[in-house]
Write a protein that binds this ligand. Structure first.
Ligand code: ATP
Ligand code: MG
Length: 563
């Protein structure tokens, strides 16, 4: 599937989630007369990544489409690996994307008392029992396709289970000594239904409830209850939960709660040349392969933000890849394509020289200056003009001069004429080299009759290069990024760290940029003409400018698609 081939109306009609919701809220539908209500339930154990952005766009986006509500819920039922640090970061990222949960911010852990009560209710109904099989024994007794699972504790009296469950809660037993299991079907072809564990003992402090609890509900029991308690109508989640849906529905059908939310699954987003599992991302951070969760090479939302991605580009990306029932991998180039589109329309143009080489115009009077008015963004005339100064000494890109030109080279070489963007046409007269043969200065003469870049006699000048005035420019550090991994599918490797790209970051010092960049506010994105799109890095100060390359100008996605 080529996401670029889709037009908006096709996207609308191919969105099966939307179709289900429409049916559900229609007359006679399952949620007739109700307001659509979704939720986004991150586990606060890491930073959000671009995959989460897709889920956020689906959860919040569906609610928006139907003028409904979307809750933000910290899915913190697992005490082992949560951290308050992540909660604020998650909120910041979602708000940055432009979604709002108003006052509907919840913690799943707030429902622990209610969940306990509902579990007791299941025991009373004969629908749950305390099982004393150890995790290992349980594995041995889970059966296979032709043999049912077994538990000698299945038919223990309700009173006994009630007593044991209360004592599990009171902390009388060590971790793993017993569990509470739903009494469903030991014969089920779906192993999730073979009397799944719904509570386990874990003597570990929880980041919010401390040591109040030493038993914790399992996801499959907790999640439908959380949804029902919050009045969620549509619980949208990723495909790996499809096989858990019968259990979701079973819990909803048997606990004493009035709401009956519906789970709908959609495909996870994968992107090539990166990893998205939180465990792997954490290793990259903790083992120092990147500078932090917000390293611009990371697929985290804070990393992408620091890289210069805009909320609009990410939302547009998520909209255009659509939702489907088949897991697939999207090219990183398509994400870049969406950013490029946004920045092409909105980023201010400027000239910057990344690998500076001095150009001296020998016939331009020393000490003289002039200024040129340059459009800030040809795509948006309303962004106005800026003044760019020009004088005898300029900086040009090192690659824009060749002492001995290769075939087809149209930039500066001795004897050749080029246009200095918006300024003058100049003719190269020679160069100077150091003792190693490295060119240190290029010499040229300018043609005063060509101010603005036009030739009065109509002679053809094919090359145009950018430049920066050496007398007024400022220095900047520029960070260039490449893929973090050298292969398309690092997850397929035995050790994903073995395919890290050693050249994913290149730092350039002493780049030359227009001086007005010192006065700009962060965050801002720029098109460095002929180079790509760049933004201020968090490290940037007016005294030491630092830029990140967000994306190059060349659209690899387009190129690839055209073949
Ligand atoms: P990981 O396995 O990387 O730790 P997770 O699924 O455990 O991710 P959660 O915090 O539980 O992370 O995710 C919150 C929500 O985001 C879930 O509903 C999950 O389905 C969804 N989500 C996570 N990763 C992706 C992805 N790559 N594409 C789409 N949705 C995702
Ligand atoms: Mg999860």
């Amino acid at each position: 599937m080529d996401p670029m081939q889709k037009n908006p109306s096709q996207e609308e009609s191919s969105n099966f989630i939307q179709t289900f919701i429409e049916q559900d809220i229609a007359e006679n539908g399952r949620f007739a007369g109700q307001r659509v209500h979704t939720r986004f339930p991150p586990e606060p154990n890491g930073y959000l990544h671009i995959g989460h952005a897709k889920a956020i766009c689906v959860d919040f986006g569906m609610a928006e489409k139907f003028n409904g509500l979307c809750n933000l819920r910290m899915d913190d039922t697992n005490p082992t690996k949560e951290d308050t640090e992540y909660v604020d970061a998650i909120k910041e990222d979602i708000a940055w994307l432009g979604f709002s949960w108003d006052d509907r911010f919840y913690y799943a852990s707030d429902y622990f008392p209610k969940m306990y009560e509902l579990a007791v209710g299941l025991i009373r109904k004969g629908l749950a029992y305390v099982c004393e099989l150890t995790p290992e024994q349980m594995r041995e007794n889970r059966g296979d396709l032709t043999h049912p699972a077994k538990s000698p504790y299945r038919d223990r009296p309700v009173e006994e289970s009630l007593d044991l469950f209360a004592r599990m809660k009171a902390g009388e037993f060590p971790d793993g000594a017993m569990t509470l299991r739903a009494k469903i079907d030991l014969n089920s072809g779906n192993f999730n239904m073979r009397d799944p564990v719904i509570y386990r003992i874990n003597h570990m402090a929880h980041h919010r409830t401390g040591t109040t609890w030493c038993i914790y509900p399992m996801y499959d029991f907790a999640h439908p209850i959380e949804d029902a308690l919050e009045g969620v109508t549509h619980s949208l989640c990723t495909l790996e939960f499809e096989d858990h849906r019968p259990l979701y529905d079973w819990v909803i059908a048997h606990v004493d709660l009035p709401a009956k939310p519906r789970q709908i699954e959609f495909a996870r987003l994968g992107i090539n040349n990166t990893v998205m599992s939180k465990r792997k991302l954490r290793r990259l951070v903790e083992e120092g392969f990147v500078k932090g969760w917000d390293d611009p090479r990371m697929p985290t939302l804070c990393g992408l933000r620091r890289r210069g991605f805009t909320p609009a580009s990410i939302r547009n990306f998520c909209e255009r890849i659509g939702v489907s029932k088949v897991n697939s991998t999207v090219e990183y180039g398509f994400l870049e394509h969406c950013l490029r589109e946004d920045l092409n329309a909105n980023a201010r143009r400027t000239m910057a020289v990344l690998h500076p080489l001095k150009l001296v115009l020998t016939n331009y009077p020393e000490g003289q200056h002039e200024t040129f008015a340059v459009e800030n963004n040809p795509e948006r005339p309303e962004d106005g003009m800026r003044q760019v100064t020009f004088s005898r000494e300029l900086w040009i890109e090192r690659e824009d001069f060749l002492e001995e030109p290769v075939k087809g080279y149209r930039r500066l070489f001795p004897g050749n004429e080029v246009r200095l963007k918006t300024a003058y046409i100049v003719r190269c007269t020679g160069c100077e080299k150091d003792e190693n043969g490295v060119v240190t200065t290029v010499y040229a003469t300018y043609d005063p009759e060509t101010r603005g870049g036009d030739t009065p006699d109509g002679r053809k000048v094919r090359g145009t290069i950018h430049w920066v005035d050496a007398s007024s420019c400022v220095d900047a550090e520029v960070r260039l990024y490449d893929s973090l991994f050298t292969v398309a599918e690092p997850d397929q490797e035995e050790d994903f760290l073995s395919v890290l790209n050693p050249n994913s970051l290149e730092v350039l010092q002493g780049c030359k940029v227009e001086p007005d960049l010192c006065t700009m506010q962060k965050p801002a994105s720029f098109q460095f003409m002929r180079q790509g799109y760049f933004c201020f890095d968090l490290d940037s100060t007016p005294e030491h400018l630092v830029f990140n390359r967000s994306v190059s100008l060349k659209d690899s996605f387009n190129t690839k698609k055209k073949g």
